[in-house]
Design a binder for this molecule. Sequence first.
Ligand SMILES: CCCCC/C=C\C/C=C\C/C=C\C/C=C\CCCC(=O)SCCNC(=O)CCNC(=O)[C@H](O)C(C)(C)COP(=O)(O)OP(=O)(O)OC[C@H]1O[C@@H](n2cnc3c(N)ncnc32)[C@H](O)[C@@H]1OP(=O)(O)O
Length: 222
Amino acid sequence: MMSRRFPEAAAVGVGGFVRDDTPTEQVDRREAVVASLAGTVRDLVDATIRTTLGDAELHRIRDDLAAVVDRLRAGQLPGPAGIRYNSERRSWNWGNAVMGAANALAPPLDVVHDASGCHADVDLGAAYEGPPGLVHGGVSAMLLDHIMGETASAMRRTTFTGTLTTRYRRGTPLGPLRLEASIVREEGRKVFVAGSIADADGVTVEAEGVFIQPAGAPAADG
Ligand SMILES: CCCCC/C=C\C/C=C\C/C=C\C/C=C\CCCC(=O)SCCNC(=O)CCNC(=O)[C@H](O)C(C)(C)COP(=O)(O)OP(=O)(O)OC[C@H]1O[C@@H](n2cnc3c(N)ncnc32)[C@H](O)[C@@H]1OP(=O)(O)O
């Protein structure tokens, strides 16, 4: 098993904000490839949860998959993917837990910036279950954290979650959901954001959060 601590990664400066002058067109092409791979791995996760096959067949499948992992291990980054950006301000964070194109654990969330903030439509399957048939509360908080953080950042500054408060009004069913977030007000380095998750019958989770521009953090707009 590969180490989950990445001392060698820190030594070479990966895993942070990394300037990477790969041309946008090449980034787009690669992103489509890794997203396609991650989509199949996501199918694999769902198929694994829901399989009813016998033990012997599952052992054979496990061995096949272990061989695939070995093939992927033939070329690896020394640590996590970090956030990369080029001179055209194209940024990519393919390992991100919520929207990383290469991350099969990410739903993934496709966040749209609109006039009032951000929204995203997502369809959560069996891998996101908490109570039977319902979305895990931690998953709801994670998705809200992300969309609210993106709203606070507004594509031009770095903000970290300071405090996130969630109110679970009723169970959130697995299936299609709508996330929304908007900025309520700003005070110095603090950005106050409201967010929600809704199903076809209305809001299931409400959240408020304080997102903070860390002292001395670089803003993309200077
Ligand atoms: C270089 C080019 C960049 C290119 C990229 C361009 C754009 C950006 C790209 C990507 C971003 C896009 C999307 C983001 C998407 C998702 C977001 C996910 C968010 C996360 O997943 S992020 C991980 C979880 N998050 C943490 O890991 C934070 C750990 N923590 C800290 O890093 C510090 O703790 C920090 C920074 C929070 C504060 O540190 P600090 O030193 O700056 O703060 P300081 O003490 O000076 O306080 C200043 C004022 O904030 C108040 N304050 C302080 N802390 C507070 C708190 N917790 N709650 C409420 N208020 C708080 C004080 O009361 C004071 O208020 P007042 O001024 O009124 O007195």
